[in-house]
Design a protein around this ligand. Sequence first.
Ligand SMILES: C[S@@+](CC[C@H](N)C(=O)[O-])C[C@H]1O[C@@H](n2cnc3c(N)ncnc32)[C@H](O)[C@@H]1O
Length: 274
Amino acid sequence: MQYNSTYNIHNASLGLQTEIERLKVQALMGWDKEFRNLKWYGLENGMSVVELGSGPGFLTQQLVNSLPDSLITALEIEKTLLDKAQNMLNHIPEDRLRFVQSSIYETRLPDESFDFAIVRLLFLHLHNPMQAAQEIFRVLKPGGKLVIIDIDDGIFGAVNPDVQALPTVLKKIADHQATKGGNRYIGRSLPRLLTNAGYTDVDIDAVIQHSDIHGIEGFKLQFDINRFVGFFNNGLINQEEFDQLKSASEKISNSPDAYAMMTFVMAHGKKPEI
Ligand SMILES: C[S@@+](CC[C@H](N)C(=O)[O-])C[C@H]1O[C@@H](n2cnc3c(N)ncnc32)[C@H](O)[C@@H]1O
């Protein structure tokens, strides 16, 4: 199976359990707004939906609850995460939810079998996003739609109090991830990627998660200093940058004056009708 991505839960700097918790709060925090946009892009109850890179299943759970007449297919490469999602959702009948262990590059799903595909926070990690977009094109029915929910560190967001070193740190981390085959600036390239993969009706929008609206809890793990310790230890970020991040992390965890927002892009493409 082709992993070919920079995300492997077993290498997460926070450790397996805390990383799963981080994914959980991140998925749940933005769900209402993301679902609003998914519906606006054409997602409807009753459609057959595939979610690729479904991880521990928190978005899957929202899809199952929000689309009571749909069959949801959750595709994930990593067995540990697939097992976790399956255990959490084992009460959902098979005609509503099925799990597939497979790669986004070669899903082994049948041609033209889905009305709607959703990929959240995986494209930034892919060595070959075009191959993934084309594989999803293959499994979509004519007229079927793909929505990619992802990030672009150029419009990452903001924190208050401001962290002066944040743009530099984000750039260093993005450059480092690029050497491994990922792209933390993927957001800006998604319209072009979708067009080149054959999709029409290409569009892009954004949702913003703000701690005053969604609660500060979800931001604490994003700014957990342990996420940056490895970059400090291997010399990618310097002492001053690390100290600023540490201070921001403490303020976000403890100060009622702190607030933050993060931007997620949502890009849409449609497989042409025949
Ligand atoms: C950052 S997590 C996002 C999980 C989930 N989509 C969410 O929004 O919470 C990326 C997920 O993609 C999975 N993944 C990585 N490479 C993959 C591949 N080649 N094919 C399918 N899934 C992959 C990872 O195991 C992980 O579950």
